[in-house]
Design a protein around this ligand. Structure first.
Ligand code: COA
Length: 331
């Protein structure tokens, strides 16, 4: 790689998880399910839920403040705030704009990106493009979701899977070419739009008493189909992102996959031929936090000392759309 090439470097990370915990035992009391079923099928033991009266930006704010402190950056140093989310505080404006005001980031332009569980990687790719083309020198990139707000707590096939959280990274431009985002790739296949979606509440089926009565404002999913396509797609795009970065799998120190289900993560690791010691798993603690899952796991891995300067980390994610992506980052 050319030393003069401008890249986006991760200068800081931060995360925030709500304090309210819902364990599998709590769910046993609410539904016909069991800790054993949930653990065996998903690896999830508990999840966090955003308290009532709070919105997405309240969580994102704490993740952002921690990431900026880690990067040694002030709000007014930010050129852009880009948030992956499907659970904004309002239908509009974007939660990134709400957050911009909370942070007092007066110079930033801000917007949300909707790519469900792949939202953080999509936001990262957009921010990386702004930085590499010189449109921005710095960016706050977030994945923040409160999917608890979109759950039907009577549907045991979905409500056991998800949780709330927020993760953030601060990107900065660097002309010292061997560190930073080496590649970031995105894919979608809209033919699966209704395999995982929220049927009502948008322009096609605005809220009315019938849609509310029928629980159509909550997540509807064909779990088996998601499982199958997720593993295959994340493997493919990870290999492509590594190839584009000129990195062999053996050079990867850590894989940080989307935390949807431990079985998906294990299947992906097997297909990639990566031992589980090199794979970050925290789905047991938080469930699937949608766009937050990758940046939360990245932040935890850094704080646990699992990422050292010079390490190459592979990130990947998959979600509704279907939308998926992968990034290769040298720290
Ligand atoms: N507790 C107990 N039983 C449950 C249950 C629960 N929470 N949820 C479903 N079941 C039952 C089903 O009713 C079914 O019973 P039946 O055989 O009598 O009809 C049985 O368990 C098997 O259900 P099935 O849906 O076939 O299970 P599965 O092995 O496919 O596992 C998922 C279900 C959802 C865990 C799995 O498909 C999955 O993880 N998919 C990926 C979903 C995902 O990650 N989505 C987000 C991606 S970003």
């Amino acid at each position: 790689m050319s030393g003069a090439q401008r890249r986006s470097v991760i200068l800081g990370t931060g995360s925030e998880l709500p304090t309210k915990v819902i364990t599998n035992q709590d769910l046993e009391r609410m539904l016909e399910t069991s800790d054993e079923w949930i653990t065996v099928r998903t690896g999830i033991k508990q999840r966090r839920v955003l308290e009532e009266g709070k919105g997405n930006a309240d969580m994102a704010y704490h993740a952002a403040v921690r990431a900026m402190a880690d990067a040694g950056m002030e709000a007014n140093d930010l050129d852009a705030i880009i948030m992956g989310t499907v659970t904004p505080d309002y239908l509009f404006p974007s939660s990134a704009c709400v957050l911009e005001d909370m942070l007092g980031a007066r110079k930033a332009f801000s917007f949300d990106v909707n790519a469900a569980c792949a939202g953080f990687l999509n936001a990262l790719a957009v921010a990386d493009s702004f930085i590499r083309t010189g449109r921005a020198r710095t960016a706050l990139v977030l994945g923040s979701d409160a999917l608890s707000r979109l759950l039907n707590w009577d549907d045991r096939s979905t409500c056991i899977l998800f949780g709330d959280g927020a993760g953030a990274v601060v990107l900065g431009a660097s002309e010292n070419g061997d560190r930073g985002i080496l590649s970031v790739l995105l894919r979608t296949d809209g033919s699966y739009a209704k395999t995982l979606y929220v049927p009502a509440g948008g322009s096609l089926r605005p809220a009315n008493p019938e849609t509310v009565q029928n629980n159509e404002h909550t997540i509807t999913m064909n779990g088996k189909e998601v499982f199958k396509v997720a593993v295959r797609s994340m493997e493919e795009i990870s290999r492509q992102a590594l190839k584009e970065a000129g990195i062999d799998l053996e050079q990867v120190s850590l894989v940080i996959p989307h935390q949807a289900n431990r079985r998906i993560i294990v299947a992906l690791a097997e297909r990639l031929g990566v031992p589980m010691e090199k794979v970050v798993v925290n789905v047991d603690k938080y469930g699937n936090t949608s766009a937050a899952s990758v940046p939360v796991a990245l932040d935890e891995a850094r704080r646990e000392g699992r990422i050292k300067p010079g390490d190459v980390v592979l990130l990947n994610a998959f979600g509704a759309g279907f939308a998926w992506g992968a990034a290769v980052v040298r720290f």
